[in-house]
Design a protein around this ligand. Structure first.
Ligand code: SAH
Length: 261
């Protein structure tokens, strides 16, 4: 076989739709259209507001959309678990803490429109972008809150009301548990995508979990092999003092060594 010349046709890249289907998430034409519009809005706004370091459309699909979609099977598994448990169909409520430009919350909402999704984001410009995208894509059951999880988690309208929580690239596991567990009802579940070099963080997370009414039940690699999905169940109530005030969960993480936290 001779080496291809410079004009030889490159093998067609696997399309976003195909890659999603391979990951177990079949997307219809309407969903693909929403993803395309979301991608374009993201890249357009990114020239004015710093939303993501990724500027290549294909990389948005690969590294932001598909990464988020790799969590869908875990969400489907939880939905089946809950459905088996209740008589009436319920709408699952998911909260994405520190959503930034919408990850992973918005791709999850597009892929599973039956979820009720709340995006919490502390930075005003990012929250405005999220409001804009949810409006332009006509997403019903998507709410954007500009604020900090430390405060929103003490608001009775939100505390212990969600079934699912996610957070990506926001904080270490002990801080994520402190921010997200108060938002979950008992029996709820948090899904945190993390890198693979996780041993120390996971050990700290395991020490922190019982303090906030949580138990880490899994931390398996996703099929992409570069992500481990930490699954933490809310097994009991979270004491009222958590989360501590803004900034403290990240600065003084729970479960540090033998500290008396
Ligand atoms: N989840 C997104 C954004 C990651 S950057 C992604 O994966 O691309 C982290 C984001 O979390 C920032 O936008 C920051 O403003 C937000 N954030 C950090 N701490 C927060 C808190 N306590 N409450 C709400 N938002 C927070």
């Amino acid at each position: 076989m001779t080496a291809p010349g410079p004009l030889a046709t490159q093998p067609a890249p696997v399309t976003f739709a195909k890659a999603a289907a391979r990951a177990g998430v079949a997307l219809d034409a309407g969903q693909l259209d929403r993803f395309a519009r979301y991608r374009d809005l993201l890249l357009d706004h990114n020239t004015r507001v710093n939303l993501t370091a990724i500027t290549d459309p294909a990389a948005v699909e690969r590294r932001l959309f598909l990464d988020a979609l790799s969590m869908v099977p875990a969400i489907d598994a939880y939905a089946r678990l809950v459905a088996a448990d209740v008589v009436f169909a319920t709408t699952l409520r998911l909260v994405d803490v520190g959503s930034g430009a919408g990850f992973p919350g918005l791709p999850l909402k597009i892929a599973r429109p039956e979820l009720d999704v709340t995006l919490i984001e502390a930075t005003g410009k990012k929250a405005s972008f999220l409001t804009r995208v949810t409006a332009e894509l006509g997403l019903d059951g998507a709410t954007v809150i500009h604020g900090r999880a430390e405060e929103i988690a003490h608001d009775t309208a939100h505390r212990a009301t969600y079934d699912l929580a996610t957070a990506r690239a926001v904080a270490s596991l002990p801080a994520l548990l402190e921010l997200c567990m108060p938002l979950l009802r008992e029996g709820g579940r948090a899904l945190f995508p993390k890198g693979t070099d996780l041993a120390e963080e996971l050990a700290a997370g395991r020490r922190a979990a019982p303090l906030v009414g949580a138990r880490i039940i899994a931390a398996d690699r996703l099929p992409d092999a570069e992500t481990r999905l930490v699954v933490a169940d809310k097994t009991g109530p979270t004491p009222k003092r958590y989360p501590r005030r803004a900034g403290i969960p990240a600065r003084e993480p729970l479960g540090k060594g033998n500290a008396a936290s």
